[in-house]
Design a protein around this ligand. Structure first.
Ligand code: AMP
Length: 382
């Protein structure tokens, strides 16, 4: 297995698996620091490829493409969790890879994730596995009257999951997902959703970004508010859980942990072995961004203490907005509080993440109003 012998320094080439917006923002951070970036992605072009030095157009499981990446790079990471763990293991024979394939593999499956939480005493909501239609009635009966069914793999942004109020409804959802293995969990009537991004190095030193409060719309992140409007004990608890998860995984890199706040308690919903949409506020509002830290962790450097410079509200701009007849970037470009990050995607479609805006100012409440007012031009009132 290839391991870092010494820190990888500017001038070296870093590899990233995946060519979406997270790869683009990684590439921006790395190139600013003086690294070259090679993107491996099957698409002809895309958000990351267009801002990177090299683009290897290859399937994620094609060994010749992976070998080319390994030969070109001094260290390799991934921008999304659905890269086959086998591909990461193959790469690891030739070039240092972080996060470790084992950690990525856990985050790829909702049931592996939940099992991991339970094994390590990390609080999570009640759940069970269903593999066939015959399991549904029993699974629903184990929950408290309202439950969520989620495909164990490949679900994202609300896809592959449904809230169910009866076993019949759940059976229908299970069949509509193609009767694939699913996780069933209690519906959580949460007070808030929060997330924490943690960066951990090869020696186990870790730094945590400020806790974000997240609001979703149709299962997709809509806004993140920082500082989160939760009490100190929740903030401290969320940070503690982030350390606990990263340590238990012996994680190297940037890791996101999403949690539900229920009264004074936190329940971990899921983790992502990479920078996360709810950490995009760090591009403008903290002294270092989650992508800066992704680069540093990949290169064997230590994490740096993180400071919040200003309150911030991050608003996701989905295809729904961009396709709206009244949409214009001009409105946002005129707002001195609005920092725009557009991903360079060729086409918009409903639900697709096209850009985000960080509204930066002195008062998070005022920034939230600003984001809400902008959204209301396009979305029906929620
Ligand atoms: P996930 O893909 O698991 O992150 O789910 C996307 C969003 O759906 C979450 O951020 C919540 O807003 C909602 N959600 C997921 N699971 C549950 C649950 N068990 N109870 C209530 N809401 C949920």
């Amino acid at each position: 297995m290839s391991k870092l012998q010494s820190p990888v320094l500017p001038g070296a080439t870093l590899g990233v698996l995946g060519g979406g917006q997270l790869g683009r923002m990684f590439s921006h951070a790395a190139t600013q620091m003086g690294y070259r970036v090679a993107v491996l992605d099957p698409a002809e072009s895309g958000p990351a490829a267009e801002v990177s030095t090299h683009h290897i157009r290859s399937a994620y499981d094609d060994e010749s493409g992976l070998l080319e990446l390994a030969q070109l790079c001094d260290a390799v990471t991934t921008e999304f969790e659905n890269v086959p763990a086998q591909s990461l293991r193959f790469l690891q024979q030739h070039v240092p890879v972080s996060p470790a394939p084992d950690a990525v593999e856990i985050a790829q499956s909702r049931i592996r994730e939940k099992t991991f939480f339970v094994q390590h005493g990390i609080p999570t909501n009640h759940h069970c596995l269903v593999v066939q239609s015959a399991d549904i009635a029993d699974a629903f009966a184990q929950m408290s009257g309202k439950a969520v069914i989620k495909t164990t793999t490949l679900g994202y942004d609300g896809k592959g999951q449904q809230v169910c109020n009866s076993a019949q409804e759940m059976l229908k959802a299970f069949e509509s997902f193609g009767a694939v293995e699913c996780l069933v969990e209690d519906f959580v009537a949460f007070d808030a959703e929060v997330s924490v991004i943690i960066a951990r190095d090869i020696h186990g030193n870790a730094e945590v970004f400020p806790v974000a409060e997240n609001q979703h719309r149709n299962g997709i992140l809509d806004v993140s508010i920082v500082p989160a409007r939760v009490n100190d004990s929740i903030t401290e608890g969320a940070r503690k859980i982030a350390h606990q998860v990263a340590d238990a995984l012996d994680y190297v890199g940037v890791l996101a942990i999403e949690m539900f706040v229920v009264g004074d308690n936190l329940l971990v919903n899921e983790i992502a072995p990479r920078p996360h949409n709810s950490g995009h506020y760090t591009l403008d509002a903290t002294n270092y961004s989650q992508f800066d830290l992704q680069v540093r962790m990949l290169c064997g450097l230590s994490p740096v203490p993180i400071e919040l410079l200003k309150p911030v509200v991050m608003l996701n701009i989905l295809g729904d907005l961009v396709l709206h007849e009244k949409f214009s970037w001009h409105t946002l470009m005129q707002d001195p509080h609005a920092h725009i990050h557009e991903y360079g995607k060729e086409s918009a479609r409903a639900g697709r993440k096209m850009a985000h805006v960080n509204f930066l100012g002195d008062d998070a409440g005022e920034l939230l109003n600003r984001a809400e007012q902008f959204k209301q031009l396009f979305y029906p009132a929620s």
